[in-house]
Design a protein around this ligand. Structure first.
Ligand SMILES: [Zn+2]
Ligand SMILES: [Zn+2]
Length: 153
């Protein structure tokens, strides 16, 4: 997203819009991939010869759950975007795309999980336990978890 400096009025201006998913340009091996455009709702202001841009950035991302391997999508956003650009001498425009991209990437979850409570796959039969229990015997481990669950209650 390019901000044309001479178009910013004294009181500042709001900038709303979207950038195509390609601007996120994540590596093929990345855990998340864009599932939609990067959207922004920003306010640009010139203060003492410095361009200040603040607002929110969001993007719909798709990931593969690390526990159950299902593809899921999630909205990654940051409402505290704030950047200042100085040294505007002789410049007509400022490209903030890279900073928008960086903000989304910094806000990606550490682990791709479809849901924090995702039960994952059964280690024995591979069934997705979110869909219901499988027929495998619970064994010692299951018993321990049951005991913990009743303690929490
Ligand atoms: Zn999952
Ligand atoms: Zn099983």
């Amino acid at each position: 997203m390019i901000i044309e400096i001479d178009k910013i009025p004294e009181q500042g201006m709001s900038l709303e819009g979207v950038e195509p998913p390609e601007v996120l340009a994540l590596e093929q091996s990345a855990e998340f991939h864009p599932a939609g455009p990067l959207s922004y709702d920003l306010y640009a202001q010139l203060v003492d010869g410095m361009l200040i841009v603040s607002g929110s950035v969001a993007a719909e991302m798709r990931g593969c759950c690390a526990r159950c391997t299902q593809i899921f999508s999630t909205t990654v956003s940051d409402s505290g975007f704030l950047r200042d650009y100085s040294d505007l001498q002789g410049m007509e425009e400022v490209d903030v795309t890279e900073d928008l991209r960086e903000t989304i990437i910094l806000n990606l979850p550490r682990f791709p999980l479809c849901d924090e409570t995702c039960k994952g796959l059964c280690s024995q039969c591979g069934k997705d336990l979110n869909e219901g229990p499988c027929g495998c015997s619970k064994g010692e481990e299951g018993g321990a978890w049951d005991a913990l669950n009743s303690l929490n209650l």
